[in-house]
Design a protein around this ligand. Structure first.
Ligand code: MN3
Length: 260
């Protein structure tokens, strides 16, 4: 797949984070009938009485909870994936049910339509939480290259001078983010890579909200739940460890093709 800019991506009807769980759903011709406005809020599962409701789903982790130990311990991984991320997905689906104009949107497009209004708080926190963690698990996938190469490395070098400089900028952004949030490597609209950070579960695809919009390439969770069991207050040690175990094949794939 050809590399796309984030602007193109946000307008694309991609597949992956949004699925139609009911077999036999019409692909596009019956779009009006795909949603179920009167769907019961609060439940992530479907019942036989609720037809054709599209839900956001949590992708399988794809590796064992202890696969990243001792860098990230199994208990942290299990809580983070099965409680925190799962909660974001459940609450995102509940929020979408109350905001019908967001039903059926790919997560990228959903994030791009959010603004700072109170009405969007649930979608913002939980939609961001869903996207952000989906990227995070992918980047931490065991194995893969331990350094960037090819065109991806060239893009990093062009923006930062070296991979080491980029990683230092990423760790600094994570260390300076006050309270909970994320540090990011993004691709800006002009194609150039940059480092930024966001509070809470905000995401650079929230172009109407964040100061530095872009397409997320690398995302580092700096909420305490991501590291506290292993690193306590030593966020800097966790940031170093994260960048040490980053799967550069996964990062390059995100840069080339997007998160999902
Ligand atoms: Mn988290």
């Amino acid at each position: 797949m050809k590399k796309r800019t984030f602007l193109k991506l946000t307008g694309a009807a991609g597949a992956g984070l949004l699925v139609a769980p009911f077999a036999g759903c019409g692909p596009s011709g019956d779009a009006e009938g795909v949603m179920a406005p009167e769907a019961t809020p609060g439940a992530g599962e479907q019942t036989g009485k609720r037809p054709k409701l599209k839900l956001h789903e949590q992708a399988p982790l794809g590796y064992a909870y202890d696969a990243l130990a001792p860098v990230i311990d199994a208990e942290t991984m299990e809580l983070h994936y099965s409680k925190h991320h799962a909660g974001y997905v459940r609450n995102l689906n509940a929020a979408v049910r109350k905001a019908h104009e967001f039903e059926g949107l790919h997560i990228d497009e959903l994030l791009g339509r959010l603004n700072e209004s109170d009405a969007h708080v649930g979608l913002r926190n939980n939609g961001g939480g869903h996207f952000n963690h989906t990227l995070y698990w992918k980047l931490l996938t065991p194995g893969g290259a331990s350094a960037p190469s090819g065109k991806f490395k060239a893009a990093i070098d062009e923006a930062f001078g070296s991979t080491a400089n980029m990683l230092e900028a990423l760790r600094t952004a994570g260390a300076k983010q006050f309270g909970s949030g994320w540090a990011w490597l993004i691709e800006q609209a002009d194609g150039r890579l940059a480092v930024t950070s966001t509070p809470n579960q905000d995401n650079p695809l929230m172009t109407q909200i964040v100061e530095a919009p872009g397409r997320p390439i690398i995302g580092v969770d700096v909420w305490e739940h991501a590291y506290y069991l292993n690193y306590q207050n030593r966020r800097g040690d966790y940031l170093q460890a994260f960048t040490d175990v980053l799967n550069w094949d996964a990062a390059a794939a995100v840069w080339a093709e997007g998160v999902a």
